[in-house]
Design a protein around this ligand. Sequence first.
Ligand code: CAA
Length: 246
Amino acid sequence: MTQRTALVTGGTGGIGTAIVRYLARQGHRVATNYRDPARADAWRAAIAQEGIEVAMVQGDVSDPASCEAMVRELESKLGAVEILVNNAGITRDTTFHKMSYQQWTDVVNTNLNACFNVTRPVIDGMRGRKWGRIVQISSINGQKGQYGQANYAAAKAGMHGFTISLAQENAKFGITVNTVSPGYVATDMVMAVPEEVREKIVAQIPVGRLGKPEEIAHAVAFLTGEEAAWITGTNLAINGGHYMGW
Ligand code: CAA
């Protein structure tokens, strides 16, 4: 296989860690960003125990200047970014009539505006080299909406609008752009949902359980592979049958 340089934003999170691990085990050079140095050091030490070395750069995906600096630093360490996974995301769940402007903008900035902030500094290089793979990690709730997530669902739905526009603009440059929409996966983010609410959600999943982070990582590896050159602009739902669009 061809070894590539991959940037996975939010790589220290639940799904992010699984994606980093999967791409690294495939032989790619993998990088992620972090905000809190102490947390980053602990995470790096843990993943190093598995024999995986990850380049880590400080950067806040909600801040355009920080992302530009982060990408340039990463390029000087590992080389140009060839695979980008826009994975970093947060929740600020509350019903809309109680939602503050801060809760709205925090989620839109980190989940959606980050796609601009991180992709903009890498796109020219991908176009110049005529090869690239970009994957947005969206959510089932961007597809179906969710009680208590007007901010999150709006941002996650926006990510796929971004995907299908970029896919059209960059197809002739050998760049594919796709979305993966995970359902409820066993991560800290989902475990933070109150237990009684979570139990009702799990009861709606035909497969009968939460997803595993590796089940999302597997799809990202597939979409970022050399052989996936003809798959672009798609939104791959991975949700145990919880929501079946067509
Ligand atoms: N449909 C209809 N009614 C619902 C409902 C639903 N899905 N969920 C809650 N309600 C109702 C309750 O039954 C209750 O009704 P009564 O007042 O008549 O008893 C009412 O809404 C409660 O409303 P409140 O505004 O008082 O809500 P709250 O402050 O107690 O909390 C909430 C609401 C924050 C939305 C909470 O229910 C919650 O956390 N829900 C889970 C949201 C969720 O799924 N988040 C996903 C996080 S993980 C993630 O985002 C990853 C991913 O991509 C999948």
